[in-house]
Design a protein around this ligand. Structure first.
Ligand code: LMR
Length: 397
């Protein structure tokens, strides 16, 4: 039975992470997977998380099942984090379930969409996070792309976005990134979110938001402004969120799916379908990460410690963006990289060719995703010269 199988190509992001770990070059630089790194190149457990874990260790009362939706305290806390004091929360139109990471929430969303409309097409930004396409395909859904990022200007091609979205029919899904667009770092401004909301209302398609970086762009509320604007104006919406980056809980796999219905009763029905999907895939999510997030968000002291740590991560990334631009100029890296300082979150494209990316890995142990996406947080004072020198040499050839 297994003899007929063909090997699956290595994942374009996680494959590099494995290669980087196995590389013995002491000068190696990892700009691949989207994991925050501090100035020392480490990804330490946040202090707020450590404190919450200590509390959990001393106070956990039971390991009995929680149910398909997971931890209700977490679900309430995540709903508030995403939507704030929003009408959809006050009116009971949004229902949230804990999921195993952001990928888990997207997969549940994909199966949920397939149950709503098996012929729905899912429209994703061109480019998007590579795994989006696999996740929706795995649920039997067709994925289409709409123009988003312009490699000529390293900015948005919003006119073309509008043109394509204006033809997307009711019954299809449009997937948008809440903030810190992965992989381009280019986000919609509020006026552009409003334009998308107008098109969604006119066309009747459903919006799915992937919110994996809340707090990494401009701030917790600022990064949710687009999704909150949409939630005020559309009747139905899905939000998939992740606590991997903003709580640094990557390997604990903690995220959520929030479903907004036209009224509380319809939201409840939709939610029951999502719970049915969850039951058939993994029954219920693991408890640890949810308990940590719920403990942090229910304590004033831990919340303010977490805010401090999140601000620190965001400030470091934003500072690195200008630092990288200046360093590239200083070292004579050919090209204009000013756009990096204007983008959001961990990622930007360098816009360099595949051959150069391969040479950087082979000759310098510098790991960059094949699309030329770099994780800016992988840069620090100790590796910036090495990186910029290598880029200058490789690109000046
Ligand atoms: C990334 O884009 O690097 C992260 O979201 C990690 C992943 O799972 O790909």
């Amino acid at each position: 039975m297994f003899n007929q199988l063909q090997p699956v190509p290595t994942d374009p992001i996680l494959g590099l992470m494995t290669e980087y770990k196995a590389d013995n070059n002491p000068k190696k630089v990892d700009l691949s997977v989207g994991v925050y790194k501090n100035e020392q190149g480490d990804t330490p457990v946040l202090a707020a998380v450590k404190k919450a874990e200590e509390y959990r260790l001393n106070n956990e009362q039971s390991k009995a099942y929680l149910g398909m939706a997971g931890d209700v305290r977490f679900n309430e806390a995540m709903t508030n984090l995403l939507f704030g004091e929003h009408d959809v929360v006050k009116s009971g139109r949004v229902k949230t379930a804990q999921t195993p990471g952001g990928t888990g929430s997207l997969r549940v969303a994909a199966e949920f969409i397939a149950r709503c409309n098996p012929t729905a097409k899912v429209w994703v930004t061109n480019p998007t996070w590579a795994n989006h396409i696999s996740i929706f395909n795995a649920a039997g859904l067709q994925v289409e792309e709409f123009p988003y990022f312009d490699f000529d200007t390293m900015g948005l091609k919003f006119d073309q976005t509008v043109e394509t979205l204006s033809k997307v029919p009711a019954g299809d899904i449009v997937l948008l990134h809440a903030c810190c667009h992965n992989p381009s770092g280019m986000d919609l401004n509020l006026e552009q979110w409003q334009t998308v909301a107008d098109i969604a209302k006119q066309q009747g398609f459903t919006i799915l938001i992937d919110s994996a970086y809340q707090g990494f762009g401009e701030g917790l509320n600022e990064d949710a402004a687009g999704l909150r604007l949409l939630a005020s104006q559309v009747e139905e919406m899905i939000v998939c969120s992740s606590c991997s980056k903003n709580f640094g809980l990557y390997r604990d796999r903690i995220g959520a799916i929030s479903i907004i219905g036209t009224d509380p009763a319809k939201a409840e029905i939709a939610f029951s379908v999502a719970l049915g999907v969850i039951r058939a895939i993994y029954s219920m999510p693991p408890a640890h990460g949810a308990d940590i997030v719920a403990t942090i968000l229910s304590s004033q002291e831990l919340t303010s410690l977490w805010h401090q740590e999140l601000d620190e991560m965001r400030t470091r990334i934003n500072g690195l963006r200008s630092f990288v631009v200046d360093k590239f100029k200083e070292k004579g890296v050919p090209g204009n990289f000013d756009f990096i300082a204007k983008q959001n979150g961990m990622f930007s494209f360098l816009g360099i060719d595949k051959e150069s990316i391969a040479t950087l890995k082979k000759d310098y142990s510098i790991y960059i995703v094949g699309s030329s996406r770099v994780n800016v947080a992988g840069v620090n004072d100790s590796n910036a010269d090495y990186l910029a020198d290598a880029l200058a040499k490789v690109l000046n050839k």
